[in-house]
Design a protein around this ligand. Structure first.
Ligand SMILES: O=C(O)[C@@H](CO)OP(=O)(O)O
Ligand SMILES: [Mn+2]
Ligand SMILES: [Mn+2]
Length: 533
C-alpha cells in the first residue's frame, strides 16, 4: 500500500508566534443564560468572567456545547463532561456512545455482535425475544440528569415492562437499587465505598434496606428527610421468606447498561479483574460480563462489550506534545479525568511522560458538594499558577469543577458561592498569564449553574405541587463562552464571524493556533483570525 503521507508535524501558523505559554481553563458547568435569580453565575460576584465578557467583546463569544455539536443524537440532548471534553480535546465531532448505542439498537446490530453472542451462552433455552429466560435488573436512581423525584415514574415504567415479560413466561424482576451518587457510580477512584455499597446489594444481595418491591422501596426511601434520587441508600428486593431475589451468581451474564465511561470504570474493574484489592468482594461470581461499551480503550476494560465506542484518535493533545508542547494538566479528583482521559480521547495515562505532568488534587469525599462549594478551586488555580511561573510548560490546562458539581446538588445558595470561587480561581490563573506574557483561553464544557430551575417552553419557571419551583439539578442546553486574551496574544487576533454555529470542537484548532501552529485539515475550523501583522 502506498504511504498516506501522514505526519504528526503541524505546519507553522503564518502569523502567530510560537513560545507563548497558553493557559486553557475549562469552567465545568458554566453556560450563558438570561440574568435572573436562578442564574447563579449572574447572582454570584464574578468580576473576572464579567470583565472578559464586557471588557473585550471581540475576544468573547458563545459556542454550542450540546446535541449534534458534540456528537449526541439530537439537539434535545444536553451536553455533558465526557462529550464536552472529548470535543474540546479532539477538535472534531465524533458520534458519541449515546448515538452509537441508539443506532445499534435501531438496526438490531447490538444483538449480532461478539458481546451479545458471548452473554447469550449464559441463557438457558430462552423464551424471550432475544433468549434470556431469567432477568434481574439492578437499578440506580438518578435525579442528576433528570428531575429529582422522577425515579418513581421510571420504576413504574420498568415494572410494567417487566410484567409484560413475565406474562410471556420470563422470570423478570428488579433485584436491587440505590441512588447513583451513593451507590455504584463513583468516578476516578474518589470513593470506593460507593462501589462497594453497590456490590454488596447487587452481587451479594445484602443491603441495609429490604423491600418487597422497588416501587415501595423508592417511595419509602424518598419519604425520609432530605432524601433525593441521587443519594438513595442501597436496597435489595426480597421474596416472602426474606431472601434477596437476585444476587449475581455463578453462570450469570451481567450487562452494565451505561454508556458513560467515567462512571463505569470502577465497577467494571470490580466485575472483571481477578486481582482486585479496592474492597473485599467477599464472593466473586463466575460471570460473563459485558459493558454497554468498552469504557477504557487503553485498559481494554471491559474486555467484552455490546457496542464499539467511538474511536477518538489524533487528538490535539497528542499532536501538540509531538510538536514539542510541554503540557501541564490539573484538576481535583472528581474532574481529573476530564482534562486528561476525556481530553485525550478516552485514553488513560500520559501521551508522552517526558513532556507532560498531570496533577490530581484529592477531592473531598463522602460529602455532597453544597457543603463545601469552594471545592479545590483555589488549590487547582495555585497549581496552574506555579506551573505557568515555572517556565517548564507551554500549555497549562485545568478544569474548575464548582459550577457543575455544586449545580448538581440543586442548592442555589451554595452554587452562588461555587461560581464566585471559580471566578476567583480564574483570576489567579489570569494574573499568572499576565506575569509570564502568556495567552489564555477560558471556556466551559456545558451549562449547569447558569440555570437552576425547570422551565416551560416559554421560559417560565415550573412549579411543583406545593407551589415551590422545580429545581433543575441537570446540565442545560445552553451555549458556553470562549474568551481569549493575555499579553502574549497577537494584537490582530479576533474571533471570526464566518463560522455559523461554532461548537466546542472548534476550540482545539484555536488552541493550536495560539501555540503558533496550524491545525490539521480535518479539524473543525479555528475560531480566530489575524486581522493584521
Ligand atoms: O456527574 C456526572 O456524571 C454528569 C451528570 O450525570 O455530569 P458531568 O457530565 O458534568 O460529569
Ligand atoms: Mn462537565
Ligand atoms: Mn455535570
Amino acid at each position: 500500500m502506498a504511504s498516506s503521507g501522514f505526519s504528526w508535524t503541524l505546519p507553522d501558523h503564518p502569523k502567530l508566534p510560537k513560545g507563548k505559554p497558553v493557559a486553557v481553563v475549562v469552567l465545568d458547568g458554566w453556560g450563558e443564560a438570561n440574568a435572573d435569580q436562578y442564574n447563579c453565575i449572574h447572582v454570584a460576584q464574578t468580576p473576572v468572567m464579567d470583565s472578559l465578557k464586557n471588557g473585550a467583546p471581540e475576544k468573547w463569544r458563545l459556542v454550542k456545547a450540546h446535541g449534534t455539536a458534540v456528537g449526541l443524537p439530537s439537539d434535545d440532548d444536553m451536553g455533558n463532561s465526557e462529550v464536552g471534553h472529548n470535543a474540546l480535546g479532539a477538535g472534531r465531532i465524533f458520534a458519541q456512545g449515546a448515538k452509537l448505542v441508539d443506532r445499534a439498537l435501531a438496526s438490531g446490530k447490538i444483538y449480532e455482535g461478539d458481546g451479545f453472542n458471548y452473554i447469550k451462552e449464559s441463557f438457558e433455552n430462552g423464551a424471550s425475544e432475544r433468549g434470556a429466560k431469567r432477568i434481574r435488573v439492578h437499578i440506580l436512581t438518578d435525579g442528576r440528569d433528570v428531575l429529582d423525584g422522577s425515579s418513581v415514574g421510571f420504576v413504574e415504567t420498568l415494572e410494567s415492562d417487566l410484567s409484560q415479560l413475565r406474562e410471556k413466561g420470563i422470570d423478570a424482576q428488579i433485584a436491587s437499587g440505590g441512588g447513583r451518587m451513593y451507590v455504584t457510580m463513583d468516578r476516578y477512584e474518589n470513593d470506593w465505598d460507593v462501589v462497594k455499597r453497590g456490590w454488596d446489594a447487587q452481587v451479594l444481595g445484602e443491603a441495609p434496606h429490604k423491600f418487597k418491591s422497588a416501587l415501595e422501596a423508592v417511595k419509602t426511601l424518598r419519604a425520609e428527610p432530605n432524601a433525593n434520587d441521587q443519594y438513595l441508600p442501597p436496597f435489595v428486593i426480597v421474596d416472602d421468606s426474606g431472601k434477596a431475589v437476585g444476587p449475581v451468581l455463578d453462570g450469570d451474564a451481567v450487562v452494565t447498561i451505561n454508556f458513560r465511561a467515567d462512571r463505569m470504570v470502577m465497577l467494571a474493574k470490580a466485575l472483571e479483574y481477578a486481582d482486585f484489592d479496592k474492597f473485599d468482594r467477599v464472593r466473586v461470581p463466575k460471570i460473563r460480563y459485558v459493558g454497554m461499551l468498552q469504557y477504557d480503550g487503553e485498559l481494554k476494560l471491559p474486555s467484552r462489550y455490546l457496542v464499539s465506542p467511538p474511536e477518538i484518535e489524533r487528538t490535539s493533545g497528542e499532536y501538540l506534545v509531538k510538536n514539542g508542547i510541554r503540557t501541564f494538566a490539573c484538576s481535583e479528583t472528581v474532574k481529573f479525568g476530564h482534562v486528561t482521559f476525556f481530553w485525550n480521547g478516552n485514553r488513560s495515562g500520559y501521551l508522552d511522560e517526558t513532556k507532560e505532568e498531570y496533577v490530581e488534587i484529592p477531592s473531598d469525599s463522602g460529602i455532597t458538594f453544597n457543603v463545601a462549594p469552594k471545592m479545590k478551586a483555589l488549590e487547582i488555580a495555585e497549581k496552574a499558577r506555579d506551573a505557568l511561573l515555572s517556565g517548564k510548560f507551554d500549555q497549562v490546562r485545568v478544569n474548575l469543577p464548582n459550577g457543575d458539581m455544586v449545580g448538581h446538588t440543586g442548592d442555589i445558595e451554595a452554587t452562588v458561592v461555587a461560581c464566585k470561587a471559580a471566578d476567583e480561581a480564574v483570576k489567579i490563573i489570569l494574573d499568572a498569564v499576565e506575569q509570564v506574557g502568556g495567552i489564555y483561553l477560558v471556556t466551559a464544557d456545558h451549562g449547569n449553574a447558569e440555570d437552576m430551575v425547570k422551565r416551560n417552553k416559554a421560559g417560565k419557571p415550573l412549579l411543583d405541587k406545593s407551589g415551590g419551583i422545580q429545581i433543575l439539578t441537570s446540565h442545560t442546553l445552553l451555549p458556553v463562552p470562549v474568551a481569549i486574551g493575555g499579553p502574549g496574544l497577537h494584537p490582530g487576533v479576533k474571533f471570526r464571524n464566518d463560522i455559523q454555529t461554532p461548537g466546542l470542537a472548534n476550540v482545539a484548532a484555536t488552541v493550536m493556533n495560539l501555540h503558533g501552529f496550524e491545525a490539521p485539515a480535518d479539524y473543525e475550523p479555528t475560531l480566530i483570525e489575524v486581522a493584521h501583522n
